[in-house]
Design a protein around this ligand. Structure first.
Ligand SMILES: C[S@@+](CC[C@H](N)C(=O)[O-])C[C@H]1O[C@@H](n2cnc3c(N)ncnc32)[C@H](O)[C@@H]1O
Length: 216
């Protein structure tokens, strides 16, 4: 493997599971580079003051900050991450919100969420599903923890655009948007509404899905 390939493979590994000092740099890079897309996902999830919401695979935490602002002092935010380094960064960055009980940080996996059934009003996940093999299993888990009528927003880079980046050749699963929408339907969400966070052909995609079923 040449130097360039080694760099791409290392970057892909860090994006899928940021760790150590390089992971902390990745967290900063993610917050800066993905800010507009993640904010778009939070806004599409339309969190209301006092609601319980979550960010799955929150990375550097830019989504957590926006969710906290939107649910206000009476709301509750859950952050779920597989990467210990991201959890450490978030514990430091949001020490006050963790201390006052507005934010709970969980070590966990999208395919086995450490949350109660129907406990969330809304949730987002952005730039995570490239790293998940069992996407039907992950969406079934999200459907379990979101209450009927609650909203789930999945944010992904445009697959054709992402294929242009050499690091995506190292294990990224670049699923067509239609396939992701079909998997959301199969997991118990209504047909997702589709949005983009920009005007260009390669702009980021948002799938905004409402959990089907009735409140108990
Ligand atoms: C590319 S980063 C995206 C971070 C953030 N959501 C954003 O858009 O900037 C992917 C994040 O998803 C996390 N992740 C990957 N697979 C996951 C899984 N199965 N469950 C939970 N988090 C996961 C990684 O640890 C990493 O922090």
């Amino acid at each position: 493997m040449g130097l360039r390939d080694k760099f791409s493979a290392g970057l892909a590994r860090q994006l899928g599971h940021p760790s150590g000092p390089a992971g902390k740099l990745v967290a900063r890079m993610l917050n800066k580079g993905n800010r507009n897309d993640v904010h778009g996902a939070v806004d599409a999830a339309d969190p209301q003051p006092g609601q319980s919401v979550a960010d799955f695979g929150f990375g550097g935490g830019v989504g957590i900050r926006r969710l906290l602002e939107r649910v206000g002092s009476t709301g509750h935010v859950h952050g779920v991450e597989i990467a210990d380094t991201m959890l450490d960064v978030a514990r430091r960055r949001f020490a006050g919100e963790v201390e006052d009980g507005r934010l709970q940080l969980h070590r966990g996996d999208l395919t086995a969420l450490p949350l109660d059934a129907a406990s969330l009003d809304a949730a987002i996940t952005t730039n995570t599903i490239y790293f998940i093999e069992d996407l039907p299993g992950a969406f079934a888990e999200v459907a379990r923890v979101i209450r009927p009528g609650g909203r789930f927003v999945v944010g992904i880079g445009d697959p054709e655009e992402m294929r242009k980046y050499p690091f995506t050749a190292h294990g990224f699963r670049l699923r067509p948007v239609d396939e992701v929408a079909a998997l959301l339907r199969a997991a118990g969400f209504a047909e997702p509404r589709r949005r983009r966070t920009g005007d260009s052909a390669g702009a980021f995609h948002l799938l905004v899905a409402e959990r089907e079923g009735r409140d108990q």
